[in-house]
Design a protein around this ligand. Sequence first.
Ligand code: C2E
Ligand code: MG
Ligand code: MG
Ligand code: MG
Length: 295
Amino acid sequence: HAKERGRNNYQFFRPEMNARAGERLALENSLRGAVQRKEFVLFYQPQVEIRSGRLVGAEALIRWRRGDSGFVSPADFIPLAEETGTILEIGDWVLAEACRQQVQWDQQWPAMGLKPVPVAVNLSSLQFRQKHFKENLLDIVGDYPLPAGRIELELTESIVMEEPELVGAVLAELKQAGLRLSIDDFGTGYSSLSYLKRFPLDKLKIDASFVRDIVNDSADLAIVHAVVSLGHSLGLKVVAEGVEHEAELLILNAMGCDIAQGYHFCRPVPAEKFQAWVATYVPVPLRGGVPMPES
Ligand code: C2E
Ligand code: MG
Ligand code: MG
Ligand code: MG
């Protein structure tokens, strides 16, 4: 037994783990001050109304250009930024930058025959739990000459489930101020659905993990179908994330899913590339879909 334990202990102190801890510490250190060093960039990914093929929105996704080591994925630094609290500063920057970019597009796009669309930003639960979260958020948005309805906040199920009473009140005020609200990664978090009827939401975003194999996996198909029905019954638009191929799009259309986001249309790209995509995009309407309920 001692030998077993010894081996386990030895495994616990694997040198790779020290290396990983060191890497983590280095990442943590360079994350601090990255906002001031202007190392973050927002990429944009289009959201397309499935039936009409029209561009109806975009999601802003953060990218970190970390010195000479290239881009770091948000999946690698957002959790760390949440643990260290840096996410508060990053979150403020993301919101301000999304607003700034939209004001610029408002000034440039109409002359090019392009119509600006709402942009969604992702919120972390730490932001939501910070003191004066709502005031701070409305202050930032208020600094820009932009209708509040052009900003959408993507919340996760864990955010809204943490303190449903408090969150409900805050969301009601944000909604009142004109912001749009969506639930991101729907289906991957807590299973309670009661918040859906209590919170003033606009959209449900079905997580990509349910959409990916929709062509071959009948269980995924059933889940997506159920979420579309649920969303529509509650008066919400339903967005499918991670749509990579036309085959998925056709199935989603047949199920009456409202909006698609994914590589099939465009990967997340820098602002200039997004504008170029919008300028050349030709909507392809689809037939045979279930009519969308009004909302
Ligand atoms: P998310 O909000 O669910 O964003 C969707 C993710 O799916 C993005 O990953 C996007 O690049 C990716 N994606 C889009 N279409 C496809 C597709 O067709 N196939 C595949 N395989 N993936 C697709 P990304 O940009 O790496 O971001 C990962 C996560 O990091 C986001 O998931 C979000 O939770 C978080 N994140 C990104 N930007 C921010 C931010 O500004 N603030 C906060 N708090 N979190 C952010
Ligand atoms: Mg998101
Ligand atoms: Mg998502
Ligand atoms: Mg996510």
